[in-house]
Write a protein that binds this ligand. Structure first.
Ligand SMILES: Nc1ncnc2c1ncn2[C@@H]1O[C@H](COP(=O)(O)OP(=O)(O)OP(=O)(O)O)[C@@H](O)[C@H]1O
Ligand SMILES: O=P(O)(O)OC[C@H]1O[C@H](OP(=O)(O)OP(=O)(O)O)[C@H](O)[C@@H]1O
Ligand SMILES: [Mg+2]
Length: 293
């Protein structure tokens, strides 16, 4: 019998052992209060204060481990899950590891459009996504599967073009390539196995998600405090659309109040000047640790 992660009530979460996603995923887990010993040296690490163990593996292996129920959850790029065609559920999209899988060609070469790929060869670590893209368009293009340093392939005449991950575009530029078309937008995702889980595990996942959502929401919000003339409160409420029921407290100065509320950080910078024109002073913004709504 295959031993799956559900054989005991402890969530097993797969994360990348060493790479672009590792630090951000560990920071996120620490941010929701999870504490681990020595995750740098062990492949399976127990959490000290939550029913969780981390499995540290290569990111390519994460989708299948989660699909097969070896792990209950995994943090991995959408690019890997798509490439493996893994049967998993995406629980959350996360705002790190943001990149795109793009077709790129040698500058001043003879491939200038997707149609020009007919009969050409493409070096990639994502042969399934790439082949599907061309199959859907009835274009015959060969893929050459390479696991790293894909950008060098055209110069070595291993392939005519490449299909690889891009974010700043610096690696393409450094290798004399230009981006022709993005075929997949990717970000890190929290994925969950579709295998049947015990009620205990489902509860743990709900608890885990609640902590994560609270943390994410807190990261996007700020606690804001200011003093303002009492008569300006209705107008201040209009300036800050998310300000539904702020705490308004009288100050010792006659006709002045203190206003405390939580607002999305993006909104703050837009409204700050307007608040000042309404007579708001002593504006203080504080980070928030977590928010349980
Ligand atoms: N340039 C980039 N900008 C942002 N995110 C990226 C970038 N390149 C890759 N990623 C994302 O980070 C993930 C991990 O990238 P990394 O380069 O660490 O993988 P790797 O070399 O395949 O590591 P592993 O040894 O675990 O297989 C990718 O699958 C992708 O989701
Ligand atoms: O558009 P850019 O910002 O230049 O990023 C693109 C590069 O990032 C990734 O590799 P990474 O740096 O993770 O190294 P790897 O090839 O060793 O995985 C990807 O494979 C590209 O080579
Ligand atoms: Mg990998």
């Amino acid at each position: 019998m295959q031993r799956t992660a559900d054989s005991k009530t402890s969530l097993r979460i797969a994360i990348q052992k060493s790479g672009r996603l590792t630090d951000k995923t560990i920071d996120l887990l620490k941010g929701i209060g999870l504490r681990f010993d020595d995750y740098k040296r062990n492949l399976l690490v127990k959490c000290r204060n939550f029913d969780v163990e981390l499995l540290l593996i290569r990111d390519d292996d994460i989708p299948e481990y989660v699909q097969d129920g070896v792990c209950d959850l995994g943090f991995v790029g959408a690019n890997e899950t798509q490439e493996k065609g893994a049967d998993v559920t995406v629980l959350r999209g996360l705002d790190y590891g943001v990149c795109r899988l793009s077709l790129a060609v040698p500058k001043d070469g003879n491939i200038q459009s997707v149609e020009d790929f007919e009969g050409k060869s493409i070096a990639t670590s994502y042969p399934n996504i790439t082949q599907n893209f061309f199959k859907e368009r009835n274009i015959n293009a060969d893929t050459v599967t390479i696991s790293g340093a894909v950008e060098i392939a055209p110069r070595l005449e291993v392939a005519d073009a490449i299909c690889d991950l891009v974010s700043t575009g610096n690696t393409l530029k450094a290798n004399g390539l230009q981006e022709l078309k993005s075929i997949l937008e990717s970000e890190t995702q929290l994925i969950r196995t579709n295998k049947k889980l015990s009620p205990g595990k489902k509860q743990l996942i709900d608890k885990f998600l609640q902590r994560m959502d609270g943390h994410q929401q807190a990261e996007r919000s700020r606690y804001i405090m200011m003093n303002a003339p009492e008569e300006a409160v209705p107008r201040i409420k209009e300036i800050i659309p998310s300000l539904k029921s702020p705490t308004v407290m009288p100050l010792a100065d006659n006709g002045m109040v203190a206003i405390h509320t939580v607002i999305p950080i993006d909104e703050f910078w837009i409204v700050m000047e307007k608040l000042k024109t309404e007579g708001a002073t002593g504006i203080v913004i504080l980070p928030i640790e977590s928010m349980i709504l």
